[in-house]
Every structure is written in structure tokens, then in C-alpha cells.
Design a protein around this ligand. Structure first.
Ligand SMILES: [Zn+2]
Ligand SMILES: [Zn+2]
Length: 431
């Protein structure tokens, strides 16, 4: 059961819902153009993604929740006459937050007028200003990061990874709040310390395709220490993966397992000062969900961290070729200045398709399939394989995930797409 005043959103369109009357009926906000579906209320705390907009200007990518005066007002504009409860928590976009921090509330009003399509009439400005002031004059210190906004993807390159990690570490140590629903408020220092010890993994495009496909069929799996490429780590997929649209993950060693945090990228589409401040104060990533993965516990195959677990398994079973990359000069200089050891940056690729080794262990020329002019994915499947002392343990191993065709041939995209969209049932031999 949820408390009656828990915020609700529609599971169909992910919009926060307004309430009407007592006991409350949940309705779509009046300004929202829906396809006419009935709202399906679920507590906001159950959703990874919520379609909020900035309460100051209507921008679709709010980033901060501000806490202030309880505002109830007669809304103006197209919904004239409607009594609306604006509440004491407002969502702010990065641009409005920058203007508010700079004491330029007039610029926030400009944005609101543009967004509402109102004429820039002194009376209109005055009404909006009253509304904003009622909230801001009673504003409480602090702000909370909105982690549920579905930002367009930002591509993070391998070279950027050390900087991305450092900003995230700094954010965990900053006074800005995280939503309590993530369940990591008490773990922020621990996660920050883990990030500092992290090995950094950047997964290349092909390996990401492979991991995503493997994650969709992941069987239940027991995680143990030797499965994981490093005690503390962080990895980046170059594009959002799985229906959850994850872009990064971090893991922090604990006495009985590890804390895992899954991230999305933020800030795409911003520029100038709002972007600069967001990068300085938060960075590139926002946590979407977190979990503790204890050693030797059976983790369900549809766990939110399935993409991370599949990536770990694929690295552990030697599907990966992990190479250490040189960090770029600017990063190296920054680290040297602060007496920090150079970050360990690793690039994860699919192990090259080897030709059949000859007697001397070297590849035999001509043993490779030469008839193909392009490479295509061969869809794999998980099979439980014995490992450990006396081969008493079982671990899923992904079989035949390789690209077929010459190593230097281009990858046939159509084949990849077909494979990625196929949702096969879990194989029978995975118990
Ligand atoms: Zn809806
Ligand atoms: Zn705004």
C-alpha cells in the first residue's frame, strides 16, 4: 500500500497525474494531449522514467526538484478558471535553474510566456511572477536531482571515461540530494570511494550489440567474485541498452557482495551556461536504479542489472578482448597535477575470430571462411557449464555468439537488427 499523498503517474503515458476531489480521482493534466486513454495510476516511485516537465517553463527535460512554498492558484491561459494545486515541490529545467541561481527570475518568466504561447502583456507577466514568487520566496535550501527524465542519449567516448567517472564521484560527495526511492542515500560516500578505486571499461559497439542480445535471454545466475572483472568498476555502453535504456553501470565491493548502480546520460540538447553548470555539478550520468547483488544469491535473469551481468559473464568467458588504452594527454596531466595514479582504462571488444591454429599455434592461412563478403551475427544461447573446484559449480556460458564472415568485412546491419529484435524464450538447458 502507498500513502494517499504519494505522487502517482500514468503507467501508459508516464505523465504525473493530477488529483480531483476526495477520495482522489487521478486525471491527466489538462494541458496534456493524450490519445484519449484512461489514466492507469501507479506510484511514481515504481517508475524508472516519468514524463515530467519544468514547472516554471514547460521544458520537457527537468533536472532538479526544488522545495518551496505550497502554491494553490487559479491557473491562467488556456485553462482559465481551473483551480490548480502547484504543490510545494517544483521541477526545474537546467536553464531555469541557472536563471534562478543567477537571480534572473525575469528570464524564467520570459521562458514561461514563450512556452505557454501567451502574449507578453504586463498583466500576464505579473500573474506568472506572483506564482513563481509564491514558490521561490518560501524556497527551502537544497535541491534533488531528477533521475527519471528520459533525456536523448549522449555518446560518451572511451577518452572521456576518466572525466565522466571523476564528475560522478564528485556528485556523490556533493550536498545535492538524490531521490530516496533509489535507496543509496546512505551509501554515497561508499560508492564515491569505490568509483575512485574503479577499473574503467568502455564497451565497443559490437560487444554492446552482443551483450544486449545475451541480456534479453539471460537465465537466473549466481554471482561470485571471480565472475566480475574487478572488485570495483565502472563501464560505459556507447549507446543506451535494453528497454531500460541504460548507458553506464558502476559496482562497489562490499563484505558480502557489491552495490550496483545503473545510469542514464543527461544533458543532451543543452548548451552554454546551463550545460556547463550541469557538467560541473552533476556530470554526464544520473543514477536510474540501484541494487545490492550478494555473493552466491540467485539473481533473476530479468533483473534490472541484466545487461551488466551479461556483460560481466561475456568478459569472464573470454568472449572479450580487453585492451588497456592510453588516457589522453589532458587527462594524464590533470592526474599528475593532483598526484593521482593514471586511471586504468580498458576497451572491451569481441575477441577476433581466430583462424584454426596450425601445429605451431599460428593461424593457418586460408582456413577462414572466404566466401562471405560481409559479416553477420549468429545468434547465441546460454548454456550452463561446470566450473570451479571439482567442477561442482554451474555458470551460464553464452554459446556461438560470434560474427560469421571475414574479420575485415563490414557487419550487415539488417542481420544485427533482426537478431536484436528477436525475443527468444530462455533455453531449456538453463536451470
Ligand atoms: Zn496516461
Ligand atoms: Zn524551465
Amino acid at each position: 500500500m502507498t500513502a494517499p499523498h504519494d505522487e502517482m503517474a500514468c503507467q501508459t503515458c508516464l505523465s504525473p497525474l493530477n488529483t480531483l476531489g476526495m477520495p482522489p480521482t487521478y486525471i491527466h493534466p489538462t494541458h496534456l494531449a493524450t490519445d484519449g486513454h484512461e489514466p492507469t495510476p501507479v506510484p511514481v516511485s515504481q517508475l524508472d522514467t516519468v514524463r515530467r516537465s519544468c514547472d516554471f517553463c514547460g521544458d520537457p527535460y527537468p533536472i532538479w526538484t526544488l522545495h518551496g512554498g505550497e502554491v494553490t492558484a487559479i491557473a491562467i491561459g488556456p485553462t482559465a478558471g481551473l483551480v490548480q494545486d502547484f504543490g510545494h515541490s517544483w521541477a526545474a529545467c537546467a536553464t531555469c535553474q541557472t536563471h534562478i541561481d543567477d537571480g534572473r527570475n525575469d528570464k524564467v518568466i520570459d521562458r514561461a510566456i514563450r512556452a505557454l504561447g501567451l502574449t507578453n502583456h504586463p498583466q500576464t507577466r505579473q500573474r506568472i511572477e506572483e506564482l513563481h514568487r509564491a514558490f521561490l520566496n518560501a524556497r527551502l535550501p537544497g535541491r534533488t536531482l531528477i533521475t527519471t527524465t528520459a533525456w536523448p542519449a549522449t555518446t560518451i567516448t572511451a577518452a572521456e571515461l576518466p572525466k565522466v567517472r571523476d564528475r560522478l564521484t564528485r556528485f556523490y560527495r556533493s550536498p545535492d540530494n538524490l531521490p530516496p526511492t533509489l535507496g543509496i542515500i546512505d551509501l554515497r560516500d561508499q560508492i564515491a570511494a569505490g568509483l575512485e578505486r574503479s577499473h574503467l571499461y568502455w564497451i565497443d559497439n559490437d560487444f554492446t550489440d552482443l551483450a544486449e542480445h545475451a541480456a534479453a535471454q539471460l537465465p537466473d545466475v549466481r554471482i561470485d567474485r571471480d565472475l566480475i572483472p574487478s572488485a570495483d568498476g565502472m563501464l560505459i555502453w556507447p549507446r543506451p541498452v535494453t528497454p531500460r535504456q541504460l548507458t553506464a553501470a558502476s559496482w562497489t565491493d562490499t563484505t558480502d557482495g557489491r552495490h550496483v548502480v545503473l545510469y542514464r546520460t543527461i544533458g543532451a540538447g543543452l548548451d552554454g551556461k546551463p550545460l556547463q553548470r550541469l557538467r560541473e555539478q552533476v556530470g554526464w550520468l544520473a543514477p536510474m536504479s540501484a541494487a545490492h547483488l550478494p555473493d552466491q544469491h540467485l539473481i533473476p535473469g530479468d533483473h534490472p542489472a541484466a545487461a551488466l551481468i551479461a556483460t560481466w559473464l561475456l568478459i569472464a568467458q573470454q568472449t572479450a578482448e580487453v585492451t588497456t588504452a592510453r588516457v589522453d594527454k589532458a587527462v594524464a596531466k590533470t592526474y599528475a597535477r593532483t598526484n593521482r595514479p593514471l586511471p586504468e582504462l580498458r576497451i572491451v571488444r569481441i575477441r577476433g575470430r581466430r583462424t584454426t591454429p596450425g601445429p605451431d599455434g599460428k593461424p593457418t592461412p586460408g582456413s577462414q571462411e572466404r566466401s562471405q563478403t560481409s559479416r553477420f551475427w549468429v545468434s547465441g544461447h546460454w548454456r550452463n557449464q561446470a566450473h570451479g573446484p571439482g567442477r561442482s559449480l554451474r555458470r551460464p556460458v553464452y554459446i556461438h555468439p560470434f560474427l560469421r564472415g571475414p574479420d575485415d568485412a563490414p557487419i550487415k546491419l539488417s542481420t544485427t537488427v533482426r537478431m536484436l529484435s528477436s525475443h527468444q524464450a530462455k533455453p531449456q538447458d538453463c536451470k
